[in-house]
Every structure is written in structure tokens, then in C-alpha cells.
Design a protein around this ligand. Structure first.
Ligand SMILES: [Zn+2]
Length: 298
């Protein structure tokens, strides 16, 4: 059994050293999966906010004229490009969000497998990032995070916890690095979600006092997003993601407010971007920051 857990952390395939033909084949497979799952993410982003089943048989159709989209036009990314973004029946524009989501998901898979090689961890991370894409877009549109999506990340957390049960060491690019322990994950779950909860409560009370309506500064959805993501990433990367998310949201918020005069906007998309950056480059960025700014004179 121990061998099994150990096997989980040996890269199943080191892309760097693999046979060139195999590498090309694997990347083609990654691109295929990235686009196909990206296409499914579009279905989720469109249907979850209107409470429509994401597995129900409702063939893709034009949102303007209702015409069914033919199989050959329904190929992720390329279908939209070949149609030049217009419906074949009515010529009305098809949202560029569809190919953007598909391309983004595909790109994220390529980056993840290039950095982490092909192993259970990189596969879990890809599912995590895909869920973050759905959460980010839906939150942007509706300012709500579906509990079902947070539940799915929690399910991925359980898989991650089960996989590190016996093996505490992971091989990543030939370097043995310590895997995240269960205690580390549990601290990760609370280290940002608790402060977010408190800030949300206090700001809610403050806004109620000032304006009479109860609006939380940080929504519960964002709080739970940091809880389930903390279980996935451990405390160090979660703290980093929390701060990065706040900085990204603050910078974009100031610009957004200047342009639209609107002060309320979704926090989730910024947290999603920050969690993605932190998961893949957080340790490197933290090391860089510590070496650059926290070096004490000898
Ligand atoms: Zn149409």
C-alpha cells in the first residue's frame, strides 16, 4: 500500500526527459482535454446561475435565433474562429467568452503539466483550476458563488488528503520537496477564511450603521472559497493567495470605480486568479520576496 502512495508522487511522466514523439502525443492529449473540458466549463458558467442541469440534454444553440449549432461548428475554440464569431443561421455575434474560456482552460492545463509533470497532483490541480474558472466567471456575472462548486473543491481536497496519507515527499522536477501535511492543510483552511469572516461581519455591521442596509464587505462565498482552497494548498500558499487577491481586487477596484462610479463588484474572480498564481508559483515568489527584501545585514 505504501508503494501505491509513493507511486502517486513519482511523476508518471517526466515531460522534459520523455521521448519527443511521446511528448508531442501527450501535449496533444492535454490540449484536447483542455479544450473539451473548457467547453463543458462554458455549459457550467451559462447554466448554473439559471439553475439548469449541467448534464441535461440541451444541445448547444444560438442564444439569439435558437438555431442548433452543427457538430462541425461546435468544436471548441476552432468552431468559433471558423465562424468568425457569428451564428451560421442568423449572423448574430456569438459571445467571445466561449473561446476565451476554452482557450484559457487549455492554456492553464499546458502550464500546469509543464511545471508539475504528469502525476495525480497535477491532474487534481487542473480540476481545481477549472473549478476556479467557473467560480470566477459566475461570480463576476452574478456576485454569487454556488455552494455546489465549493463542494466540488472540497471533494478534490479529500482526494488530495487521501493521496498524501503515507508519503510525505514529492518529486517535482527531480527535487524532493515536502508534501503538504494534513495539519498544514487544516491551518490553511482557517488562516484566511477566519479573518475574511471577521472582516465580513464587522464591515456588514458598519455599513448597516452608515447606510441602513446589511451588505458584507467580504461575502460568505469568498470566505468559503478560501476555506476549501486552504485545504488544497496549505497555509503558506493560502496566506500568499489571500494577500495577492486583496491587492489585485484593490487595484482593479480603484480603476473600476473610476470608470463606472460603481463601488460593488465581485471579489471571487481576483481570489481565483490569486489562488492559481499561488498554487503554481507561490513558493518561488515567497522565496524571491524573502531573499530580496528580508535579508538582514550580517
Ligand atoms: Zn443565430
Amino acid at each position: 500500500m505504501k508503494d501505491f502512495f509513493y507511486f502517486c508522487y513519482e511523476p508518471l511522466l517526466k515531460l522534459e526527459n520523455a521521448d519527443p514523439y511521446l511528448t508531442v502525443f501527450v501535449y496533444m492529449f492535454i490540449v484536447f482535454c483542455g479544450l473539451a473540458i473548457g467547453s463543458f466549463l462554458n455549459v457550467c458558467i451559462y447554466r448554473i446561475p439559471i439553475n439548469e442541469s449541467i448534464v441535461g440534454k440541451n444541445p448547444s444553440h444560438c442564444r439569439t435565433c435558437g438555431a442548433k449549432i452543427k457538430a462541425r461548428d461546435n468544436i471548441p475554440l476552432f468552431g468559433w474562429l471558423l465562424l468568425k464569431g457569428r451564428c451560421r443561421s442568423c449572423g448574430e455575434k456569438i459571445s467571445s467568452r466561449y473561446p476565451i474560456v476554452e482557450g484559457l482552460n487549455c492554456l492553464i492545463y499546458i502550464i500546469t503539466f509543464t511545471i508539475l509533470d504528469v502525476n495525480p497532483k497535477s491532474i487534481l490541480y487542473c480540476f481545481f483550476f477549472s473549478t476556479l474558472i467557473v467560480i470566477g466567471f459566475i461570480d463576476w456575472d452574478t456576485q454569487e458563488i454556488a455552494i455546489f462548486l465549493l463542494g466540488f473543491i472540497f471533494f478534490l481536497d479529500i482526494l488530495a488528503i487521501l493521496l498524501v496519507k503515507d508519503a510525505q515527499l514529492v518529486y517535482i522536477n527531480d527535487v524532493i520537496s515536502p508534501e503538504i501535511s494534513l495539519l498544514n492543510r487544516i491551518i490553511g483552511a482557517f488562516c484566511i477564511s477566519v479573518p475574511f469572516y471577521i472582516i465580513g461581519e464587522l464591515s456588514g455591521l458598519y455599513i448597516k450603521q452608515q447606510k441602513g442596509e446589511y451588505v458584507r464587505g467580504i461575502e460568505l462565498g469568498d470566505t468559503f472559497l478560501m476555506f476549501v482552497s486552504g485545504l488544497m494548498l496549505g497555509w503558506k500558499l493560502t496566506v500568499f493567495a489571500g494577500f495577492l487577491g486583496i491587492i489585485l481586487a484593490a487595484v482593479c477596484g480603484i480603476i473600476y470605480k473610476a470608470v463606472t462610479k460603481e463601488s460593488k463588484f465581485a471579489f471571487g474572480p481576483f481570489l481565483a486568479v490569486a489562488l492559481f498564481i499561488s498554487a503554481l508559483w507561490g513558493n518561488d515568489l515567497i522565496d524571491w520576496y524573502v531573499n530580496k527584501f528580508l535579508v538582514f545585514p550580517e
